[in-house]
Design a protein around this ligand. Structure first.
Ligand code: AP5
Ligand code: MG
Length: 208
């Protein structure tokens, strides 16, 4: 099963990709997680893109395209994958088309007001990318990751200013991919406003 999760920031792509990846035993490939890992490890790529990412801008296409090409080349992605947060521009979608076929693109839908609520309460386990919400999806112990017990953090791009920028970038550069994949006949809209369990049930139905 080769899937792309498309949608605005905070729509629940990462949360649902994590659950579906476990359920279907296919890798969850989040370019955001890969890029944040590079920033944390202070690699050349990480140093180059830190400021862009924290301000809510897009990393240049050539960098994200080669990241994804390398990741999809690994053996665990041969039978299937969930691409979360890639592609985000038409150029990335064109490049992806040359790398692999896709079975379905899930278009997560959520309005701006709800997006802001979700992002401002989000907490993340840095090392794994596991994601919580202080109200909607709290960890078992406040401020601690359920699995490792380590501290949870707020993402540096979850500030008011950066959220606004990410929404603007989404509208201008990523939303055109909705009609791109609609024309290919592989787009499924998913209302992301219900509870996590309800969204997951709809997602399972959409990919079955
Ligand atoms: P990325 O990490 O992809 O961020 P994003 O697209 O802004 O999306 P988010 O991760 O913020 O949201 P999400 O949809 O995963 O929501 P989540 O599940 O966490 O990218 C970050 C940056 O990296 C970009 O800005 C860019 O700089 C760079 N980048 C990445 N990919 C790139 C690319 N291809 N090209 C160029 N640059 C790239 O959920 C949000 C919150 O809601 C959580 O707290 C969660 O617990 C909660 N929640 C989830 N579902 C529900 C529900 N159903 N009900 C209630 N709460 C819920
Ligand atoms: Mg995410």
């Amino acid at each position: 099963m080769k899937l792309v999760f498309l949608g605005p920031p905070g729509a629940g792509k990462g949360t649902m990709a994590g659950r579906l990846s476990e359920e279907k035993d296919i890798p969850h490939i989040s370019t955001g997680d890969i890029i944040r890992g590079a920033i944390r490890n202070q690699t050349d790529l990480g140093k180059k893109v830190k400021e862009i990412v924290e301000a809510g801008g897009l990393v240049p296409d050539d960098l994200t395209i080669s990241l994804v090409e390398e990741r999809l080349g690994k053996s665990d992605a041969r039978e299937g994958f969930i691409l979360d947060g890639f592609p985000r521009t038409i150029a990335q979608a064109d490049a992806l088309k040359k790398m692999t076929s896709l079975d379905r693109v899930i278009n997560f839908q959520l309005d701006d007001e709800e997006i802001v609520k979700r992002l401002s309460g989000r907490r993340v386990h840095k090392a794994s990318g596991r994601t919580y919400h202080i109200l909607f999806n709290p960890p078992k112990t406040e401020g601690k990751d359920d699995v490792t017990g380590e501290d949870l953090i707020t993402r540096p791009d979850d500030t008011k200013q950066s959220i606004e920028k990410r929404l603007e970038v989404y509208r201008n550069q990523t939303a055109p991919l909705i009609s791109y994949y609609k024309e290919e006949g592989i787009l499924t809209d998913l209302d992301s406003s219900p509870s996590p369990d309800a969204v997951f049930a709809d997602l399972l139905a959409a990919v079955s």
